[in-house]
Ligand binder design. Sequence first.
Ligand code: PLP
Length: 417
Amino acid sequence: MTIREINIPKRTIMTPGPVEVHPRVLRALSYPVLGQFDPAFTEMMNEVMAMLRQLFRTKNNWAFPVDGTSRAGLEAVLASIIRPGDKVLVPIFGRFGYLLAEICERYRADVYTMECPWGEVFAPEDVIREIKRVAPEIVAIVHGETSTGCMQPLEEIGRACRELDVLCVVDAVATIGGTDVNTDEWCLDAVIGGTQKCLSVPSGMAPITFNSRIEKRINERKKVERGIATEEDLKRERERAPIFSNYFDISQLMDYWSPRRLNHHTEATSMLYALREGVRVVLEEGLGERFERHRLHEAALVEGIRAMGLELFAEGRRKLPTVTCVKVPEQIDADLVRNMMLDEFGVEIASSFGPLHGKIWRIGTMGYSCRKENVLFTLAALEAVLIHVGAPVQPGRALQAVLSFYHEKTAVKGGVS
Ligand SMILES: Cc1ncc(COP(=O)(O)O)c(C=O)c1O
C-alpha cells in the first residue's frame, strides 16, 4: 500500500474548537526545535509567562501552560489542590461541568453538584447560598459552556468565594482571548484557558494561572515531600494525601517554570513557539478590540440566523459571545445538514452532546475563524443546504441582512474584516 503525502482539504472551521489556526502561529510551528534548557528557549518561557499574565488580566506570579489538551490544565490544578475528602462544589450547566465533577471525583473529593437546565445559567445568589450551605474547600465552575452556548457571570461568585475563604477554580477554556476574563478583579484563584479556541493555536497546551492562595495549598504538600515538615506531618499528610498524578503535579511544573528550571517532562518546545505567537497576536490586536471583534461577528451571525427564520437556543445576557447555538427545525436531520455543509462547502459546524444532540447546531465565532468572510460563507452554506433538504427557511434573506449589518458598521467604524 502506498501512503501518499499528506493533503489537507480546505476548510472553514466554525465550530467551538478547534478553530482555524492563525497563519503566524502555523509559521511559528515550523521553526527548528530548541532544547528545553536552551537559554534561547527559557527566555521564551519568561516572555510567555509575562504575556499570559496580560491575557488572564492578573498580577499572579504563576501563569504558564500545562502540556496536554485543555483538560490537562483543569486536571493539573484540581489534582494538585484536592485532598481526599475535600468538599468541592461544582455548579453544572452543561457537559463541561460534568467533566469538572468527574475529575474531582477521581481525585477523591467529596463532590457536591447543583444543576440548572441546559440553556440556562445560575443566578449568582443561588450559587452563593449553596456555597454557604455546603461550606466547600473549593468551587469549580465553567465560565463559557460550549455545549449549551451559555456564559456564567462569575464576578459575584468569585468575590463571595474570597470572602468565605473558598478556592475558586474556573474553566475559561472557551472564553480566554474571546471575551472578558478578569482573573484578579473577579477574585478567581485559578483559571484554566484553552489554546484551540479563541487563541487560534492548535490543541495541545493549556495555559493556566493561579494565585498565592493556591500556591500555599500546593506548597503545604511539597514541604512534606521534601522532608521540611516533621515525620508526624508526613504521616498525617500521607493519610490524607491523594493518589497524586506525577504528570499533573503542579509543584514539579512550578520547579521547571521557576528560575531553577528543574527537569520534569520534556517540554513541548514547538508548541510553546505556537502559544507565544498566538498570544502575541492577541495582545497586538488588544484585548478590548479583540473582544469587540468577537461581539461584532457574533451579532452578524445571529442577524443572519434570525433573518433565515431559524431560532437561537440560548440568547440574551446568558449567551456565550463565542458560540451561537441554533435550534434544528422540526423533521430536519441535524447531522445530514452538517455533513452536507462539510462535503459540499468545506464548512464545519458542530452538533451537540447528550440531551441536545440532534436538537441544536453549535457555531463558533472564535479567534482567527471569527471573520466576516467566514460568517458570510457559513450562512450561505447553511441556507443552501437547508433549502436543499426542504427546511422552512426564508431564502435569500440571511446574507442580505448580514451585508446590511456589516455596511452599517462600516459606515460607523470605517471598515470591518
Ligand atoms: C468549556 C470547555 N472545557 C473543557 C474542554 C475540554 O478541552 P479539551 O478537549 O481540549 O481537553 C472543552 C473542550 O471543548 C470545553 O469547551
